[in-house]
Write a protein that binds this ligand. Structure first.
Ligand code: DLL
Length: 432
């Protein structure tokens, strides 16, 4: 089913003209109401009337996380506080978080877009949906919540943590769809097994996963573990939260809600816009946000766009599964490595569990990477020689795919810390 045929199947020419009209409105809005944007535009000599075509978006300044931090908390808001109905924040790793705000109309649009995403994933008003994102400042839980409500699903607002209780809720309430991070969902399955419950018997048919990068191999693992359809959805607080894009499952990639977001892909080094079909950093301009309109937000997420027709009938462009963030990309002895590439190698080796971490350090002047990965219970024989041989085999696989030498350390099952939110798997301890 398609939630909003009128917009999701819009004729692309009509979409372009809607986007242009909304882009002009957004630019005028920030120019007139947000001193930071007026100053940034004045600096490059661009005025709202210079935006005549969609291609003119490249005349506008980029926004990045520092801009939000520097204008903390309300400096970029384009409406008086009275009109802001909700605040969310994304926890910064250092210092202040970034704060985002929503007017009534923003909240209404947000739940509409979530309704599109969850419908795309196959959720209906018959489903019982357990939300395992933390209810709080994070956009994940409340974002999904109101869209699911719109669709008419029964929501179990379990929030994050208390994993054993989550399993009980699934059993007792008859949960049919699970919302959370892919990594936490793996953990849930593991805890279920520990309680003597096969996750498959819980009867969850759909997983709605997002908020962190995960590979196709991880999808296969989750689908096998839960006997579910594991779907991907994408978003970020700065432009709204979840609901920016979602998967229909008919063709690869996530449909981007282009009637609300103008997307570009740029070369992260030069900032140059790249043609559709080239891999690069996703940049998003909001087209309908009232409280916090954002021009050309540099997401740091690496993806590829396609405007090819989709078998589902939606005309909205798709973004490929996110490869990783530019700031998560490791440069090991001059070779660029995304953690997702290592994940793919590991997940395709029999005998390894989907729990790993990557440690990077210096040995003298040289970069040195160690990959630690847990064994499955079946593989954990405790025979030292078997393990050594197995480590060598994995090391060889990583070398053949990525061209880098690393150390592989096999760990006992369930020995790495489990995450309840976004998994932290990379520890780069090199001196900065
Ligand atoms: O994670 C919003 C969200 C919540 C999306 C729930 C989906 C589901 P932030 O905390 O601001 O917002 O983090 C945004 O998370 O720039 C990506 O790097 C990453 N991310 C989000 N969704 C995906 C995904 C939420 N499906 C940052 N695949 C983004 C890969 C994702 N990375």
């Amino acid at each position: 089913m398609i939630w909003d045929v009128r917009h999701e199947c819009i004729d692309r020419k009509e979409l372009r003209s809607l986007q242009l009209q909304r882009l002009k409105e957004t630019v005028a809005r920030v120019y007139n109401r947000v001193p930071y944007y007026r100053a940034a535009m004045e600096q490059t000599g661009v005025r709202p009337e210079d935006i005549r075509t969609l291609a003119d978006v490249t005349k506008l300044p980029f926004t990045d996380k520092t801009v939000l931090r520097d204008n903390y908390p309300y400096g970029l808001f384009a409406v008086p506080g009275k009109e802001v109905l909700r605040l969310h924040a994304s926890s910064g790793t250092t210092g202040k978080p970034t704060v985002v705000g929503y007017t009534r109309k923003d909240l209404e649009n947000w739940s509409e877009l979530i309704a599109r995403v969850v419908t795309m994933a196959g959720v209906t008003d018959e489903d019982v949906v357990q939300i395992t994102f933390g209810y709080g400042l994070f956009t994940g839980a409340f974002g999904l919540h109101y869209g699911l409500e719109k669709v008419g699903a029964t929501i179990v607002p379990a929030s994050v943590g208390n994993t054993r209780r989550q399993i009980m809720l699934m059993q007792d309430f008859g949960t049919t769809a699970l919302v959370g991070t892919p990594s936490y969902s793996l953990h849930l399955a593991e805890v279920a097994r520990g309680l003597g419950v096969d996750p498959v018997d819980l009867g969850i048919r759909i997983g709605l996963f997002g908020s962190e990068a995960w590979t196709e191999s991880m999808r296969a693992e989750l689908e096998r573990t839960w006997n579910m359809k594991a779907t991907d959805n994408y978003g970020l607080s700065e432009v709204m939260g979840p609901g920016v894009a979602g998967e229909c499952g008919r063709e690869p990639g996530m449909h981007i809600h282009e009637d609300h977001f103008l997307v570009e892909v740029i070369d992260p080094q030069t900032g140059e816009q790249l043609p559709v079909g080239r891999e690069g950093e996703l940049v998003i301009t909001t087209l309908t946000k009232e409280a916090l309109p954002i021009l050309r937000y540099r997401t740091r997420d690496i993806t590829v766009l396609t405007e090819e027709k989709c078998a589902c009938g939606r005309t909205l462009a798709r973004m490929r599964k996110v490869l990783g963030r530019t700031d998560d990309m490791l440069i090991i002895s001059g070779v660029n490595v995304f953690p997702s590439q290592i994940e793919t190698v590991l997940m395709n080796v029999d005998g390894l569990a989907p729990h790993y971490q990557i440690l990077v350090n210096k040995k003298g002047y040289l970069d040195f990477m160690e990959v630690q990965v847990e064994l499955t219970d079946e593989m954990f024989t405790g025979h030292f020689r078997d393990l050594q041989e197995f480590e060598g085999k994995i090391k060889q696989k990583i070398f053949s795919v990525l061209g880098i030498n690393c150390k592989v350390r096999l760990l006992e099952p369930r020995s790495l810390a489990r995450s309840e939110g976004k998994a932290k798997r990379v520890f780069d301890n090199r001196p900065k």
